[in-house]
Design a protein around this ligand. Structure first.
Ligand SMILES: Nc1ncnc2c1ncn2[C@@H]1O[C@H](COP(=O)(O)OP(=O)(O)OP(=O)(O)O)[C@@H](O)[C@H]1O
Length: 580
């Protein structure tokens, strides 16, 4: 957890507000007009009492009332402008922060998302930015208004009665004590409170995504109990925050009201002794109440700003997370129809915080070759794909595409040349058409249809309610495993890239569809460098070469026939799968 100072956060807000400087200026002008108008009102009251009321002059009283009405109208209009502009700025800034954080998240490597829960990130987006929206839209404007009002009121108090103003100033340090003591507590509990809300977000995310497993194992009650405990936990932290905030407000209120009462008492004695007029005392008290009210508002705002700092800490933490995978600057240019060779040259790799998985592993896949990776679960097959796509970087050695080390290539260029079909096919919550088009966002509808046909997906898509325009629901819940796989294959076909990575691409298909998709894949593999991971040897018998892996090492390579003859591990696999 990084400690972020209030100053740092205010600077951040200022940098975000900079591009809306005209609106900020407008809000400040409106604020000044409104505050000045309210302050002038005090003078109007003084005039009305001394010259109209006390002097029994109804003409002056009428004029004073008209003046007061005009002042009120100006003040109300200025308040409308200030409120509108500041609230707009609050909404705008939190929207900008959401975009800024999302753009940054898109650049972070999978290792970051392996550590953090999605629900937590979502909560940071929604609840933390909502806090900032209030802080910028309401609290900062209130603070500014109150500071101006306070300064103005103090000045006018000074003009009305310097002696009484001096008494007021004596009370100011007393008000600062609770602010110093209690504001940090508010901030600490605000941050904890936001963390607990993030935990709730993560819990909801997990329970709802895995709802079938939850219900199948009759775990609804346990899930609900756990959630209730988390909610109560969040509640008790929020209670502490509210406690310190209320304490802060209460103390300041008590201190400022006591000061006003004492000053009114001194002032009243001055009126008795004739040192002050009744109108002067009324005006002075009007300003004193205004100044006291401003201090009370500022104290509330301090609590709120501390809450904002707590929320910003978490967003700034996300923004400060570096994208550990650094892009190179060499563009990768391949000639169409000339797929590249891929070389793993003496690579050593360990996942963060784990023991090394690969130790000086070397493997060369020739240009246009179809290589199958087989081996027990956990042997490191999928990891090789992840390294190729630079989701992780190797600690030693080099991976080359053609002759270029992938670390020197532009990340975007590297990935633009690789199409992958992952073990768990990914389907987005949009239409079939858009799901396939994800492989090439510029592809025409016709090209999408062609790809779907080649992946043997067209037939089932046609039978869906709305054909290619059917919405697939979150994570493609409306499709079977095999259907999802065919959508993923169609996407790879449409992407039309020189390197193809297939991770168990046909595992969820029935024998009939598998045969058809295998044909589609065979066509797709033509003229590309392909690496296929497969548990089922039947699907890889026709690969140019089979690489047998075990616990992060390559134990044998060769054709199906050669391996059957020479490699015991492969023979065991084959026997288990009745391929001998
Ligand atoms: N993100 C990760 N962090 C730490 N360790 C990981 C991570 N992903 C995988 N591993 C570990 O690395 C090893 C290799 O995993 P990998 O997924 O590459 O195996 P695989 O051969 O593809 O297995 P399978 O056939 O079951 O998919 C496993 O022991 C696994 O526990």
């Amino acid at each position: 957890m990084t400690e972020v100072s209030t100053k740092h956060v205010l600077f951040w807000f200022a940098s975000l507000l900079k591009q809306y400087r005209w609106r900020v200026a407008g809000a400040v002008v409106a604020l000044l007009v409104a505050s000045s108008a309210w302050l002038v009102l005090g003078q109007g009251i003084r005039y009305a009492i001394d010259k109209g009321f006390v002097a029994d002059n109804s003409d002056v009283l009428n004029q004073a009332v008209i003046a007061v009405l005009v002042i009120c109208t100006v003040a109300s209009f200025a308040t409308y402008c200030r409120f509108y502009l500041m609230t707009w700025l609050g909404e705008r800034i939190s929207a900008d922060i959401r975009v800024q954080v999302f753009r940054h998240l898109m650049t972070l490597p999978p290792s970051f998302f392996a550590k953090i829960r999605t629900g937590e990130v979502i909560s940071r987006f929604t609840s933390d930015t909502a806090v900032l929206q209030t802080v910028i839209g309401m609290s900062l404007s209130m603070a500014l208004r109150s500071s101006i009002t306070f300064t103005g009121a103090l000045l006018l108090m000074l003009i009305t009665s310097p002696m009484l103003t001096f008494c007021v100033l004596l009370a100011v340090p007393a008000v600062l004590v609770p602010i110093r003591l209690l504001a940090p507590q508010v901030r600490i509990y605000a941050r904890r409170s936001q963390d607990k809300i993030a935990d709730l977000g993560a819990h909801i995310d997990q329970s709802l995504h895995e709802i079938m497993t939850v219900q199948a194992f009759n775990a609804q009650a346990e899930e609900s109990n756990q959630f209730t405990r988390s909610v109560e936990d969040a509640m008790s932290t929020a209670k502490m925050r509210v406690h310190y905030r209320s304490l802060l407000i209460g103390f300041i209120m008590l201190l400022s009201l006591t000061a006003i009462i004492i000053i009114a008492w001194i002032g009243a004695r001055q009126v008795f002794s004739g040192d002050m007029t009744g109108g002067e005392l009324s005006a002075f008290l009007f300003y004193a109440v205004m100044a006291g009210g401003s201090i009370a508002t500022i104290s509330e705002v301090i609590g709120e700003v501390q809450r904002g700092v707590g929320a910003s800490e978490r967003l700034l933490e996300l923004l400060a997370t570096p994208a550990t995978i650094q892009s190179g600057d060499v563009p990768l240019v391949l000639t169409k129809g000339h797929p590249p060779a891929i070389t793993f040259d003496n690579i050593t790799f360990a996942y963060p915080g784990s023991c090394p998985l690969f130790h000086q592993l070397s493997l060369t896949i020739r240009a246009g070759e179809k290589v199958a990776l087989v081996g027990a679960s956990g042997a490191g097959k999928t990891t090789l794909f992840q390294l190729m796509l630079r989701f992780y970087d190797v600690q030693q050695g080099q991976i080359r595409i053609g002759t270029q080390p992938i670390s020197s290539l532009k990340l975007e260029a590297l990935r633009a040349h690789i199409a992958i079909v992952t073990q768990e096919p990914v389907v987005f919550a949009t239409t079939v058409m858009e799901n396939i088009r994800y492989g090439n966002i510029h592809a025409s509808d016709d090209a999408v249809l062609k790809a779907a046909k080649a992946a043997f997906a067209h037939e089932f898509i046609d039978r869906l309610d709305n054909g290619y325009h059917t919405e697939l629901g979150e994570r493609g819940v409306r499709l079977s495993g095999g259907q999802k796989q065919r959508i993923a294959i169609a996407r790879a076909i449409l992407a039309d890239r020189p390197v193809l990575l297939l991770d168990e691409a046909t595992s969820a298909l029935d024998a009939m569809s598998e045969r058809m998709v295998q044909q589609a894949l065979n066509t797709l593999m033509e003229g590309r460098t392909t690496i296929v991971i497969a548990h089922r040897l039947a699907t890889v018998q026709h690969a140019d070469r089979i690489v047998v892996m075990d616990k992060g090492t390559i134990v044998a390579t060769g054709s199906h026939e050669v391996l059957l003859k020479n490699d015991t591990l492969y023979r065991e696999y084959a026997e288990l799968q009745l391929l001998t």
